[in-house]
Design a protein around this ligand. Sequence first.
Ligand code: SF4
Length: 450
Amino acid sequence: MSDPSTLTRTPPIAKADSETEAGNYFVSNYPPFSFWKPDQVHRVHEVLEGPAPVDTPLGVYFHIPFCRKRCHFCYFRVYTDKNANEIRAYVNAGMKELAHYAAQPYLVGRKAHFVYFGGGTPSYLSVPQLKELTDRMKDLISWEGAEEVAFEAEPGTLNETKLTGIREVGVTRLSLGVENFDDHILESNGRAHRSGEIDKAYNFARGLGFEHINIDLIAGMMNETEENWRRCVAKAIEMGPDAVTIYQMEVPYNTTIYKNMQAEGKVTAPVASWPQKRDWVSYAFDEFQKAGYTVTSAYTVVKDPERIKFVYRDALWEGADLVSAGVASFGHLGGVHYQNQADIGPYVEALDRGEMPIFRAYETNEEERFIREFVLKLKLGHFQPSYYKEKFGQDVLTRFAPELAALQREGFLEITGPDEVTLTRAGLLQSDRLCHEFFLPQHRQYARYT
Ligand code: SF4
């Protein structure tokens, strides 16, 4: 699933031209999670007791940590053995948490600008469970007028009834975790679904009129081949989703693949190398472009960029507030990052005791908020220096002159206009690695140019 929400240890940074080793590649937030600490949790509570901001958009995230089966590449905390009573207890805990937030001065009366259901597998819930969950959420923080309600789904959990239920609770953006279309690859990577379920789910969903259907693919899964990848891309184009998100396979530490590597004493993961994965994503981007799609970030192609937006991603990257509920979920309120307890037991117990289940937090300063937005938005593949001047008073061309010049020399970046800097395809496809160059010195684990 596409939203990282687990505790991670400090990763090594993926090298440019190497085999894939264990560690995280994807940069999902800044400063890195390893800098978030329990002794800053009080700052979240202080923000909540303060006045509501006038013009900061608000998002609501709810995390569903249940899956039918654990994928071999998965590093999320997921539970594959919970029954209906346990799910009910979890939802009750999540609603206690959300009720606490909704009653705080910082949030009281505010409406959600966007809503996101991530996991895990949100579509693991039955229609009645989903209906009850969303009714309770809407009572606590209104979604009326929300620009986007996004929902991650595993194709094998979907049938017409489930999809109708998902549509009826107000979901506008359905994201299908397809990952690959080949049954052998799906099976050998531990996915629960098979190719036949993808077609059925997609066709039902199309018929129900979701505004935005995205499919996720992963380049470089175990046993992937050039021929199969080309077939996957052709199949995705034939389906014609509104957007396609393509991740490069990574092998974080707490995955089954990593455990097997350790047991066998291996350093190199049994997945494609980084150059191979970049080639495959680049091939996919070319094919989608030929089919009329536009490349809109390091991971996404979109059929109609005027109509299809990534509200959740863009609002978060621009500093929106995010009330996040559920085990291991992370949020951002008034410039303070926070993350919940990563295990369901301590999470539910904290709420049963009447306490909030926040495990660690980080209060950002203005400088860190600027870096955060700059590095995250770099993954869109272009930026306007005037934007950062206006919003943060920062002249990025001067401040980052050595880093930008080095990226330009290496062919990763071009100055494409008086107020436009663009990553080349080579730069875009390794933007998660390159963006570390712009981290503040105290947050760098790796730097090449400075
Ligand atoms: S579907 Fe697979 S990758 Fe996604 S959260 Fe569940 S186990 Fe992890």
